[in-house]
Design a protein around this ligand. Structure first.
Ligand code: SAM
Length: 273
């Protein structure tokens, strides 16, 4: 685990004294690209929700299953927005296991996520990261790298995994998803994971949101299941619909951890008809 002494992987200008969304998540996932400020916030949330690390890992496991599902449906190009700091089971690794020719464009606004993604993708012609804000979908669609790797006349796998809860109502996540949806051809898929204010432990969710927003500049906006469902407007949700992460098509050998099954992150996969 990193400490305040910065490794040579820290891009210039990064404020390591201030907790940051991407690095706190990296901490929960057991990654090494985080600092004391991130670890402090991560631990504060774990004090409120002792299963926070397991919930984050359940999100990543869902992402892996969803990418494998999409690859099985013939999706060979992916746009992963708010992709985060690379960790185990990155989208291009999973997609390219299924299809070595699969192409992936990642996008994030975090300099550490971007720098580390660039480093691991430096020798790849099939995957790249762009510095882009999900709140400006028009700019993402017009990006040269996106234009080079993604053919919008063929189905695309659009991934917005645990990122839209960092977009406020005023910034209208429903509209931004609609803009992206309208650029996708029929047969494309949308993968979303979104932390919610409902489920088995609403008071814990609210306490975690309050603690997080006190310390991290990018604010977390937990939403209701109805609001998350509206993000899929124009898509048909595939079975089992909108469910908590560990309930979405668990692998047969995967043990369903009962405590994680009824709160946390609602996930879904939709197909554009
Ligand atoms: N999607 C990855 C995953 O599921 O493992 C990372 C999730 S992490 C919780 C959220 C990521 O979204 C962070 O890397 C953060 O920098 C990024 N993010 C937050 N707001 C963003 C925005 N407006 N545009 C692009 N990325 C954003």
């Amino acid at each position: 685990m990193s400490t305040e002494s910065e490794g040579d992987w820290v891009p210039p200008g990064v404020d390591t004294k201030r907790a940051n969304v991407a690095r706190v998540y990296d901490y929960w996932l057991g990654g090494t690209h985080n600092f004391l400020a991130d670890q402090d916030v991560g631990r504060a949330i774990v004090a409120i929700e002792p299963l926070m690390r397991e919930l984050a890992k359940a999100n990543r496991a869902f992402l892996g299953r969803a990418v494998r599902f999409l690859a099985g449906q013939g999706i060979e190009q992916f746009l992963d927005l708010g992709s985060g700091i690379p960790t185990s089971g990155n989208v291009h690794e999973i997609a390219q296991l299924a299809n070595p020719a699969a192409r992936v464009v990642y996008a994030d606004i975090d300099p550490v996520a971007i720098a580390h993604s660039k480093a691991i993708l430096a020798t790849s012609d099939l995957a790249a990261i762009i510095d882009a804000d999900v709140r400006d979908p028009g700019k993402i669609l017009a990006n040269d790298v996106v234009g080079k790797l993604i053919d919008f006349t063929r189905p695309v796998g659009l991934i917005l995994m645990v990122v839209l809860h960092f977009v406020s109502d005023a910034e209208d996540p429903w509209h931004l998803v609609g803009t992206l949806r309208d650029a996708l051809p029929s047969g494309s898929y949308l993968v979303i994971g979104h932390a919610v204010s409902e489920g088995a432990k609403p008071a814990v969710a609210q306490a975690a949101e309050t603690a997080y927003n006190r310390s991290v500049a990018t604010q977390l906006h937990l939403r209701s299941s109805a609001d998350v469902k509206r993000l899929f407007d124009g898509f048909d949700l595939v079975e089992p619909g909108l469910v908590y992460a560990s309930r979405w098509r668990p692998d047969p050998d995967e043990e369903l951890v009962a405590e994680l099954a009824d709160y946390g992150t609602l996930v879904g996969v939709g197909r554009k008809p």
